[in-house]
Ligand binder design. Structure first.
Ligand code: G3P
Ligand code: CA
Length: 368
């Protein structure tokens, strides 16, 4: 099921060149702990707090997440802030600010017309007057009690938070930033890649051994970042379609090409892992039950790539039928069972909205 389709449901309730192995894998290896698969706090602890807020990242870190995951977009004045997409109507209270009513507009985002309010039309100072709201109020009603309480954080504020929690918790909490829609921002003269590199440099995080991964759904920007970064890169992939930068350049290769055995060997020339849609690892059958694992994990490991699929969520609406608790789409099902099934398939880590469940599932798996 595509990410777009999943979003719809929730809102309603290469010919890739074969290359010899991986120059990239000779360089920055993953800084992960030795204690097993990596638990990534997806948008923080977005199962419990409005996503991409300092409260969400802090909760994920305190739950024990190995990494917190900010998605990065640009403001009008070129500051990196955390939002899942440049349009902020669904995750902030901007629609309730009459002073910004005339900023509502329609823009083309990766070939799709999107109407709303865009970070690229707001300075950081203006964005700071907004407050985050829960993206999925129908599914995560409890989280709506936090609506209106938290600002949109800058990337620097997230790094500062993580470094403060490192000292307090005596842990090295990782940061796993994603460059969102790189082509969109570049075309507006607000490219995010150099700012990401500069921020990591400024904070001493662009070095081997820093607990940082950098991810992207586009290929061109990740290849360019490979030349500038000393931390591992993750090529995100989808079940259908192709990277948007390929669409723009006329490159015919699809995600299926990129995730073929040959395509993965090409990915390994610039990245250290892939972040696939979990359905690319274990697809669902016609009854929405889990089928047999594909060869993706085996092929990725053969190319010396880690596999960190997305996104593991506890509500029935997101779970395969095997692990649902009832017909109530918002009730929790057996996420432990789903994660265990994927860990048995050999994944190296996973993105989850509920880091606490992810950690228990990981630990139980390791204990056998
Ligand atoms: O970055 C991994 C996962 O977060 C990708 O999906 O759309 O939630 O950013 P998305
Ligand atoms: Ca992401």
């Amino acid at each position: 099921m595509s990410r777009t389709r999943i979003a719809g449901i929730v809102l309603a309730v290469a010919a890739v060149a074969i290359t010899a192995i991986p120059a990239a894998n000779a360089v920055p290896q993953s800084p992960d702990h030795a204690s097993g698969p990596t638990v990534i706090g997806h948008r923080g602890a977005s199962g419990y707090r409005p996503e991409h807020t300092l409260a969400s990242y802090e909760l994920a870190a305190r739950m024990g997440a190995d990494y917190v995951e900010p998605d990065l977009v640009s403001t009008k004045d070129g500051v990196l802030v955390a939002r899942h997409e440049p349009e902020i109507g669904g995750t902030t209270d901007v629609s309730k600010h009459p002073e910004f009513a005339d900023r509502k507009t329609t823009k083309m985002l990766d070939g799709v017309a999107v109407t709303g309010w865009f970070t690229t039309d707001f300075t950081l100072a203006e964005l700071k007057t907004l407050r985050a709201v829960e993206r999925l109020p129908q599914v995560r009603q409890r989280n709506t009690v936090y609506d209106g309480r938290y600002q949109i954080p800058t990337f620097q504020e997230i790094i500062d938070l993580v470094q403060r929690l490192d000292r307090e918790l005596h842990r090295d909490i990782g940061i796993y930033p994603e460059t969102k829609h790189p082509t969109f921002f570049k075309n507006l003269g607000l490219g995010t890649d150099q700012k990401l590199v500069d921020t990591l440099n400024r904070n001493g995080l662009n070095r081997r051994g820093a607990k940082v991964y950098v991810q992207s759904f586009e290929v061109g920007n990740l290849k360019a970042l490979h030349r500038q970064l000393r931390v591992p890169l993750i090529q995100l992939t989808e079940a259908t379609g192709q990277p948007y930068d390929f669409t723009v350049s006329g490159d015919k290769r699809t995600w299926a090409d990129i995730t073929s055995a040959a395509g993965l060997r090409e990915v390994a020339t610039y990245a250290q892992g892939i972040g696939p849609d979990k359905n690319q690892v274990i697809p669902r059958d016609a009854t929405d039950h889990l089928g047999k694992p594909t060869s993706l994990v085996k092929d990725a490991h053969a190319a010396r790539l880690k596999v960190h699929p997305y996104t593991f969520r506890p509500e029935n609406v997101f779970l395969p039928a095997d692990f649902r608790s009832s017909a109530d789409p918002t009730a929790y099902g057996n996420l432990f069972g789903e994660i265990e099934t994927y860990l048995r398939a050999g994944i190296d880590g996973f993105f989850t909205d509920t880091a606490d469940i992810g950690i228990v599932a990981r630990d139980e798996f390791l204990q056998g």
